[in-house]
Design a protein around this ligand. Structure first.
Ligand code: SAM
Length: 308
């Protein structure tokens, strides 16, 4: 029962992420017309550094995702691991010839017409199968799966007819931290062994050994989350998880660096949205998160050149 409580606490973390994203979009940091269907309440006002942090997270992930779609000309699959209430699929429905698989339980589609409409429109088969845990269609599939259980995940993906020869992008945004380093290594290893041409983009906490990191950890722990994957020593150098597990190349940047590499015109725009008194707070926050991307390019599509 203790582990049920911890799992439930982990599942509920996606509410926080989406509430913060919704708030930031309401302030004009970026546009997401779909998020309102996932998160009804706006929540209380978030500090400007939090909004800027989410902006960097969403733009950083989108930048790499868009680059992958461009290199593969959308002839690819996208697997969003621990997707929570992520709206990526709806943002990308312009890309016609692709699959997005959200590997997580989620139950909004049928009841919310603005969400199910674009799904049905882009599907040749207009039947969406929804059985409480899984939603399945030609292009889009929602699978309820525990990422710690690779064999069951594999079986579920096979059922959806995922093609291991097709270039496949795996996204994990604040997900691996909830698994032990062994469990996340196994997942990352399985992807590299199973998919011929793949990219894995991982956004997560780093540099947690200092006081700021400790506060972040205590904050999550106070909500009974099982933070099995928090390795206080994990820094950008410790991405062996990817190198030791069959990927050809791996890159990692902390979010301070990413923030400096995002289009500066847009940065100037968002920095005018809200006054930020303490720049130091933003810097500290950004230094404690990172984006890491690993590539395996059997088809020589040039995806190893993707970066900022
Ligand atoms: N990726 C989303 C985002 O960034 O908006 C949600 C992030 S939320 C902080 C963490 C998500 O990871 C939750 O939706 C949780 O259910 C999922 N998660 C954590 N451990 C998982 C596991 N073992 N199997 C499946 N999902 C998991």
């Amino acid at each position: 029962a203790d582990s049920d409580v911890a799992d439930e606490a982990v599942r509920s973390t996606c509410d926080d992420a989406s509430i913060c994203k919704r708030f930031a979009t309401s302030q004009g940091y970026w546009t997401d017309p779909y998020i309102q269907y996932f998160v009804r309440q706006m929540g209380e006002r978030k500090a400007p550094e939090i909004n800027r942090g989410y902006y960097a997270r969403v733009q950083g992930m989108s930048h790499l995702l868009d680059a992958f779609l461009k290199r593969t000309q959308c002839d690819c699959q996208v697997v969003n691991l621990g997707a929570g209430l992520d709206t990526t699929f709806w943002r990308l429905k312009v890309c016609l010839n692709y699959k997005l698989i959200v590997v997580f339980l989620y139950h909004f589609c049928r009841t919310k017409p603005p969400l199910s409409k674009p799904l049905i429109e882009t599907h040749s088969a207009d039947s969406l199968l929804l059985d409480g845990h899984n939603l399945d269609s030609d292009r889009y599939c929602i699978i309820g799966a525990d990422l710690r259980d690779i064999s069951s995940l594999e079986e579920k993906l096979r059922k959806f007819q995922i093609i291991t020869e097709l270039p496949t992008l795996f996204l994990s945004e604040c997900v691996l931290v909830y698994m032990t380093p062994e469990q996340s290594s196994r997942l990352v290893h399985w992807v590299a062994n199973t998919f011929h041409t793949a990219m894995f983009i991982n956004y997560e906490q780093v540099n947690m050994a200092d006081r700021f990191g400790q506060v972040m950890i205590e904050n999550l722990q106070s909500r009974q989350c099982n933070l099995a994957g928090v390795d206080v020593c994990q820094s950008l150098d410790s991405q062996e998880r990817f190198l030791l597990t069959g990927w050809e190349s791996v890159n990692a940047l902390d979010m301070m660096a990413v923030y400096g590499l995002l289009p500066q015109e847009d940065i100037s725009r968002i920095e005018r949205l809200e006054f930020l008194d303490e720049k130091e707070l933003l810097h500290q926050l950004l230094q404690h998160y990172s984006i890491c991307w690993a590539v395996k390019d059997t088809l020589s599509l040039g995806i190893s050149q993707i970066g900022f």
